[in-house]
Every structure is written in structure tokens, then in C-alpha cells.
Design a protein around this ligand. Structure first.
Ligand code: HXC
Ligand code: NAP
Length: 292
């Protein structure tokens, strides 16, 4: 979507960058010329991904941008600091942070232990805060501008049963996004979020649609566009939000869900199940109500 080298000269940290959507967004940043730091708990996954990303981006990455893999559990502030240290040591500067790492699983809330609830809050909300504070403090100290992009989800604004810790955590991340947009705008630090609808990944589908649930609860039936998202569609938006082309966007959450959450919100949207013949009959009935 963006022109070649649109992110050239930038260094972007992507949490949870070894798999799924983080990997897709990181790969596109690299193709557009940015150095990319991918972090998560599993170093073997990160190293394999880093090599594959560089190979995949080789044709378009003319400036020779690099991928650095750094092990980090976002729940541990000291490991987050180490990501920043290694990033600066390798690339000299950091320009962007993509808070993408997350943990989630479906469960009736009454079946959750206190630790299960805390685990999700610790990864999603506190992990995002740990990364945001580390880079934010660095940028403020160095008097340097920066861009933070948080991956939330549409139930950050609607809430959702059966993923309550995740909904609480993502809602918190959205509040953080808007709060820091106001507070840190004066330092040239932008805070924005993307709320994706369904974009199939192994990590999410194994935990949210286990077994034959993926067939029984087919997400594409909930989406007005009748399909799920393609990873590149999300990567296009993330690259724009990370780039200087979105330089005046601050405190915004952009939904990319094919209209899914509004489909669920409109009380009569389910009437799409009605056939044209049934509409003929219903029209007769509603018209005949005129005088009643
Ligand atoms: C009930 C569960 C559980 C389950 C774990 N727990 N799975 N409780 N049902 N299915 C409980 C454990 O018993 C434990 O509590 C506590 O949660 C912590 O579990 P651990 O396994 O020790 O945690 P940890 O090793 O830190 O792993 C975190 C994880 C795991 C979240 C549980 O799934 C993970 O690593 N996920 C990372 C990737 C991921 O989740 N990706 C999907 C993101 S998708 P006790 O009390 O026993 O100690 C997403 C999409 C949103 O966010 C929108 C989609 C449309
Ligand atoms: P995924 O592949 O499971 O990605 C989650 C990543 O987070 C993994 O790489 C995981 O790596 C990392 N991670 C988990 N816990 C971590 C921790 N404590 N510290 C550091 N890294 C950690 O799933 P995904 O679908 O791509 O999800 C990516 C993001 O998109 C998440 O924020 C998710 O909420 C959001 N999202 C996804 C969808 C969708 O339809 N897929 C929809 C809306 C929003 P390790 O296991 O190696 O740590």
C-alpha cells in the first residue's frame, strides 16, 4: 500500500512478533525499509521467524534493514528494559513500538481462578504498560518523538462474555491509548490503536475456537463482508499508522473488521435471514398496519 522505503530509517519494536499478526505486520515494516525488533517468550520461534522474515523481505528491502530477535516476557519490566537496551545497542535509536503480544482463551468466567484472570491482565494490560513506559521514558529523556501502536479488539468497546479478562485488559489498553495521547502529545509521542475483527491465526484459533468450534462458529458468517480479514490488510493499516503519513493521528482507534461489530450491534441486522418471498408477505402485513 505504501511506497517503497516508506519506513526506511525507522526502527520498530514488535511484541509478540514471532507469530501470527505480529509477524505479518513486522514483515511488512521490514519490506518498507524499517529495522524490526521482534520479541516474545520463545527464542527458538523468534530466531526462525527472523531468518524467514529477512528472506521474505529480501526483494523489496533494498536498504538492507535487519530483524533483531530478543527474548522477553512483557510481564517482566527488567526483560522489557533489556529489549530497549539491545535495540539501542544494535540500531542506535527506536522510533516505534507495536504492542501486539497477548494472551487469551475462552472460558465461562465463573470457571476462572484468580491466577487465570491475573495472567491475562498481566500480559495484555500490564505488559503493554511495561513496554509503553520503557520506550516512553526513553523518548522523553532523549527529547525524541515516537509512535506507539496498540493492538486491541472490537470487544474493547463492546465487552464480550467468555473472554472477560481479555475484554477488561483490552478496554484498559484503549483507555491507556487515549490517556497517553493527551498526556504525551506534547513530547511528540503519538498513541493509537487498531481494533481488528477476525483474522485467523493459529495462536488465536487454538484458544478461541478449539476443536470443531471453528466450523460451528464460523466467524465469516458474523461479518457483513462475509469473509475474515487477510493479514496483509492489517499490515497495510499498521504500516500507515506507524509511518509519518499518519503524523496528525493521535488517540484514535481504527477498527478493521469488515463491519462485524456493528452487525452485532444493530438489533435488526439478523433480518438478513429473511427471503424475498417472506419480505413480500411481511411488507403486506406492515402496510396493512397503517390504519391500526
Ligand atoms: C481456564 C486456564 C486456561 C483455560 C490457562 N488457564 N488456560 N483456565 N481455562 N483454557 C489458567 C491456568 O490454570 C493458570 O491458573 C493460569 O490460567 C495461567 O496459566 P499458565 O498456563 O500458567 O500461563 P502462561 O504459561 O503464562 O500462559 C498464558 C496463556 C497461554 C494465556 C494461558 O494460552 C498463552 O501463552 N497464550 C499466548 C498466546 C495467545 O493467547 N494468543 C491468542 C491471542 S488472541 P492456575 O490458577 O491454575 O494457576 C486474542 C484475540 C482477540 O487476543 C480477539 C479475537 C477475535
Ligand atoms: P498469536 O500468534 O498467539 O500472538 C500472540 C503473541 O504474543 C505470540 O507471539 C506470543 O509469543 C506473544 N506473547 C504471549 N504472551 C507473551 C508474554 N507474556 N510476553 C511476550 N510475548 C508474549 O495471536 P494473534 O492472533 O497473532 O494475536 C496478535 C494480537 O492481535 C493480539 O494482541 C490479539 O489480541 C490481537 N487480535 C487478534 C485477532 C485475531 O483474529 N487473530 C483479533 C483481534 C485482536 P510467545 O508465546 O513466544 O511469548
Amino acid at each position: 500500500m505504501l511506497r517503497d522505503n516508506a519506513l526506511s530509517g525507522k526502527t520498530i519494536v514488535v511484541t509478540g512478533g514471532g507469530t501470527g499478526l505480529g509477524r505479518a505486520m513486522g514483515t511488512y515494516f521490514l519490506k518498507l525499509g524499517a529495522n524490526v525488533v521482534i520479541t516474545s517468550r520463545k527464542m527458538d520461534v523468534l530466531l526462525k521467524t527472523a531468518a524467514e522474515m529477512e528472506q521474505e523481505a529480501a526483494a523489496s528491502n533494498k536498504g538492507g534493514a535487519k530483524v533483531l530477535a530478543v527474548q522477553c516476557d512483557v510481564r517482566k519490566p527488567e526483560e522489557v528494559d533489556e529489549v530497549l537496551r539491545k535495540t539501542l545497542e544494535t540500531f542506535g535509536q527506536v522510533h516505534g513500538l507495536l504492542n501486539n503480544a497477548a494472551g487469551n482463551f475462552i472460558s465461562p468466567t465463573e470457571r476462572l481462578s484468580a491466577n487465570a484472570f491475573s495472567t491475562i491482565i498481566d500480559i495484555v494490560l500490564k505488559g503493554t504498560a511495561n513496554c509503553t513506559m520503557a520506550v516512553g521514558k526513553h523518548w522523553i529523556k532523549e527529547k525524541q518523538a515516537g509512535t506507539i501502536l496498540n493492538i486491541v479488539t472490537t470487544y474493547a468497546f463492546t465487552g464480550s462474555g467468555y473472554v472477560v479478562p481479555s475484554a477488561c485488559a483490552k478496554g484498559g489498553v484503549l483507555a491507556m491509548t487515549r490517556s497517553l495521547a493527551a498526556e504525551w502529545g506534547k513530547y511528540g509521542i503519538r498513541n493509537n490503536a487498531i481494533a481488528p475483527g477476525p483474522f485467523p491465526t493459529k495462536g488465536a484459533w487454538d484458544r478461541l475456537l478449539p476443536g470443531d468450534m471453528a466450523k460451528k462458529f464460523d466467524f465469516k458468517n458474523r461479518v457483513p463482508l462475509k469473509r475474515v480479514g487477510e493479514h496483509q490488510e492489517l499490515a497495510n493499516l499498521a504500516a500507515f499508522m506507524m509511518s509519518d503519513f499518519s503524523g496528525y493521528i493521535n488517540g484514535e482507534v481504527i477498527t478493521i473488521d469488515g463491519g462485524e461489530w456493528l452487525q452485532g450491534a444493530g438489533q435488526f441486522n439478523g433480518l438478513e435471514a429473511i427471503t424475498p418471498e417472506m419480505w413480500d408477505m411481511l411488507e403486506m402485513m406492515t402496510r396493512s398496519a397503517k390504519g391500526s
